[in-house]
Write a protein that binds this ligand. Structure first.
Ligand code: UDP
Ligand code: MG
Length: 313
């Protein structure tokens, strides 16, 4: 049996060596007949990540690499790894040792001996993370689980092991706007969740700025829910009901009190409010449209500059 370990890397030069060290410890905890391949996907790093990886690949045939022509994002890196992986089981794991590689033997044990197709992980705390980021993350999980059919576990990591069957199912989802946490859930299959405490990054800094995370969360919502589109209709009905009420009030007032024109300010407020809502709704429709546009252009999710692998599929 073969396990492929997919490692997306963006500016991780000082983590490659320690990560490799952890990988070297794995075989002694795995059954003897287990073959290992470690696929570093260099996502257009601006530092010496690729040199570090190639150095290791030169001395150890277990080390494979896929070097992108530029930074395509973690989603693209994971996709490339899954596409190239030849293993019967595939692990996705971060390069910064925030996901403990020591869990891999346990995952393998569960997936091989149980009837699970996936062993996934979630963090039980968010220690060491800025509070504002934790707050928005919590809000995001609440929101997406309310408005989407696909349930996403709070604190779920991308760190997981999947069977070949599940990997093939995930790869059959051809969308370009990829939100893997959702795709994995969408594919279904019985999943075992393991929990672990948050570790801080080994070296370097997080690649996710607040805005990058924000737009990633919008990605998740737009990809997995059409509820925001319905919102427009709901608000429309709501505003109609309110305006009907005011029309009646104004007619009655006119009939019984003969009120002259009054309330220029309130008129302007109403116009501003309603046109604000309209713009918001156009924006929501626009974000769906933009994604349709990207899908329809059908560009590849990534471009490979160099690799020492043959595409497994
Ligand atoms: N990563 C990537 N491409 C990117 C950003 C991140 O391949 O554009 C990789 C990064 O090298 C790391 C993993 O994705 O292995 C998780 O990134 P990071 O540690 O910055 O995220 P965090 O742990 O803060 O959520
Ligand atoms: Mg990290």
């Amino acid at each position: 049996m073969k396990i492929s370990v997919v490692v997306p890397c963006y500016n991780e030069e000082s983590n490659i060596e320690p990560f490799y060290h952890e990988m070297k410890k794995l075989p002694e905890h795995l059954p003897l007949d287990t073959e290992l391949e470690v696929i570093f996907v260099n996502d257009g790093s601006r530092d010496n990540t690729i040199d570090e990886v190639k150095k290791l690949a030169g001395i150890d045939p277990v080390i494979k690499y896929i070097d992108f022509s530029r930074n395509f994002g973690k989603e693209a890196a994971m996709l490339a790894g899954l596409e190239y992986a030849g293993g019967d089981y595939v692990v996705v794991i971060d390069a910064d040792l925030q996901d403990p590689p020591s869990l891999i033997p346990k995952m393998y044990d569960i997936i091989r001996n149980g009837d699970y197709e996936r062993v996934a992980t979630r963090r039980v705390d968010r220690k060491g993370e800025p509070p504002i980021r934790s707050f928005f993350a919590k809000m995001f999980y609440k929101l997406i689980n309310k408005i989407s059919d696909v349930k996403i576990v709070d604190g779920a990591r991308d760190f997981s092991m999947m069977s070949r069957k599940m990997v093939n199912s995930v790869l059959s989802l051809k969308e370009k706007n990829r939100f893997s946490k959702g795709l994995f859930e969408w594919a279904g299959y019985k999943t075992k969740w393991l929990e672990f405490k948050n570790h801080s990054r080994n070296a370097g800094s997080s690649k996710w700025s607040f805005w990058k995370l924000f737009s990633y969360s919008i990605e998740g919502i737009v990809s997995f829910s059409s509820y925001p589109l319905v919102l427009s209709a709901i608000l429309g009905v709501f505003l109609c009901v309110i305006s009907l009420f005011f029309i009646i009030v104004i007619i009655v007032r006119q009939l019984f009190f003969g009120d002259p024109v009054a309330g220029w300010a309130s008129t302007v407020c109403v116009i501003l409010f309603v046109s604000g809502l309209q713009h918001l709704m156009i924006g929501i429709i626009g974000s769906y449209l933009a994604r349709i546009f990207i899908e329809i252009k059908d560009r590849p999710s990534y471009i490979v500059l160099e690799t020492n692998m043959e595409n497994g599929n």
